[in-house]
Design a protein around this ligand. Structure first.
Ligand SMILES: [Zn+2]
Length: 465
């Protein structure tokens, strides 16, 4: 009978990898990197639990590194088959995988300099060259609908509304003439987002794998546009500058949408908006181009508004370091959107170093700020932030807008699950921290009365009966 093995994002939120075995063939669904504490990232370095060359196909739900970032390692370990994804996911991976490799190489260099590492000499997990090699194995699949991988595996792809190209999957596994339908949620997005479509509802499954990132909480209610307008107008009145650390993928584009619409509606004054991140600029191009992912309201704005709903004609995209440095000379009110989203690195650190000491300015935090990051320190009200070895006094106003997240909150996950017309034989909750997994399990059990399992790392389960 077919089997599933949980090779990542089981009991944790990163490292998504699910191996399906049927008829002597192997399909790996997602190939994510473990991130966060050392105990988890060590798994990226361990010998793979199954030989990479024993896998026949890889299929991706979306481009986020915790779903794609192990690919270069899989390929350098001997995987030679295709990596199936839609074209938007392939394009995002063409930026994210080399970037991930670059960070690995920088970490190795830093470890060499500081003389700490379990490897001598310190090695990167993979190199930019290895990431480029993995990219040559990508093969495009349709954005929506059915495609067949082999007699054992056929797939129907649905929009998950999480980031550009993100999908959830209906996978029909055939063994000895018997079919089993496995649904995998990928990462479920938000409802009523401005650019991307709502997550498509599921309808049936024999077995369900559902993510649980926000299985224990909802995002704050309230209007993002109102809160943004408030922060921007208050800051402009003080003659200050607004710095927004933002993820290059999805958060930057959503912010551009809200800021653009506020300007068009004259709810905030016209002022320069800088997107200071080469990756965010490229990703914004992808977001504009992939119309198949745009929701109807966004398409309507595109048709009415000169094809520019993000108001990009008023946005200054700064690619070079010199252009980035030139923003330091801007003294009039402006908005600076820059990566990284949790102020852990990247150009935003220079902007924070420059703008934090001035009480006229504001720093706007959007989305989750993990423990130990600069963003979290600001959120917690630190009086000084260590940037590039200097203690920078924090006098700027710090505001957190928690609604902006690409992940479904608890009630949105339950709404997505409500699409099922009948109970799956078994629901596996994955991609969550233990508290979130347990909380979602309790909710699904009490609300839908489905059998729910929280699988463990490397656990194999028969999908029969
Ligand atoms: Zn994701």
């Amino acid at each position: 009978m077919p089997k599933i093995t949980f090779l990542g994002a089981a009991g944790t939120v990163t490292g998504s990898k699910y191996l399906l075995d049927a008829g002597g063939k192997r399909l790996l669904v997602d190939c994510g990197l473990f991130q966060g504490p050392r105990l988890l990232t060590q798994r990226n370095w361990d010998p793979p639990p199954i030989p990479p060359d024993s896998i026949d196909w890889v299929l991706l739900t979306h481009a986020h590194i915790d779903h794609s970032g192990y690919l270069p390692r899989l390929v350098s370990g001997g995987y030679r088959g295709p990596i199936y994804s839609n074209s938007a996911t392939r394009e995002l991976c063409s930026l994210l995988l080399p970037d991930s490799a670059y960070l690995q190489e920088e970490d190795a260099k830093y470890a060499t300099k500081k003389g700490y590492s379990s490897h001598k000499p310190p090695l990167p997990l993979y190199t930019v060259k290895e990431a480029q090699t993995a990219l040559t194995q990508f093969l495009d699949i349709p954005r929506a609908g059915a495609f067949t991988i082999s007699p054992e595996f056929s797939i129907v792809v649905h929009d998950a509304g999480h980031i550009l190209g993100s999908s959830w999957l209906e996978m029909t596994v055939t063994e000895n003439g018997k079919q089993t339908l496995i649904v995998y949620s990928g990462d479920v997005g938000r409802y009523n987002e401005p650019i991307l479509k709502d997550p498509e509802p599921p309808s049936r499954a024999d077995y369900l794998l559902c993510e649980s990132t926000y299985g224990d909480r909802d995002h704050p209610a309230g209007s993002v546009a109102d809160e943004l307008a408030d922060v921007i107008n208050t800051t402009v009145k003080r003659g200050g500058v607004i710095v927004i650390p933002a993820f290059a993928v999805d958060r930057t584009q959503t912010l551009l949408y809200f800021v653009g619409q506020l300007m068009i509606q004259k709810r905030i004054p016209g002022m320069p908006v800088y997107v200071d991140s080469p990756m965010a600029i490229n990703v914004t191009g992808f977001y504009n181009r992939h119309e198949e992912d745009h929701r109807a309201e966004f398409v309507k704005l595109e048709q009415e508004g000169d094809r520019d709903p993000l108001n990009l004609k008023h946005v200054q995209l700064t690619r070079t370091v010199d252009e980035s440095k030139a923003i330091n000379d801007v003294t009039a009110p402006c908005i600076i959107i820059s990566a990284s989203g949790m102020a852990t690195g990247g150009r935003v650190l220079h902007h924070l170093a420059k703008r934090l000491p001035d009480a006229r300015n504001s720093v706007l935090l959007v989305g989750y700020q993990a423990e130990g990051t600069g963003g979290r320190a600001l959120q917690d009200g630190t009086k000084f932030l260590n940037i590039h070895g200097a203690q920078i006094p924090v006098r700027a106003q710090v505001v957190n807008i928690g609604q902006l997240s690409a992940h479904a909150g608890k009630s949105e996950l339950l709404r997505w699950l409500s699409g099922f017309k009948s109970a799956p034989k078994q629901t596996f909750l994955v991609h969550g921290e233990p508290v979130a997994l347990q909380s979602l399990k309790d909710a699904v059990t009490s609300q839908y009365h489905w059998p729910v399992t929280i699988p463990e790392y490397k656990q194999t389960i028969d999908l029969g009966g």
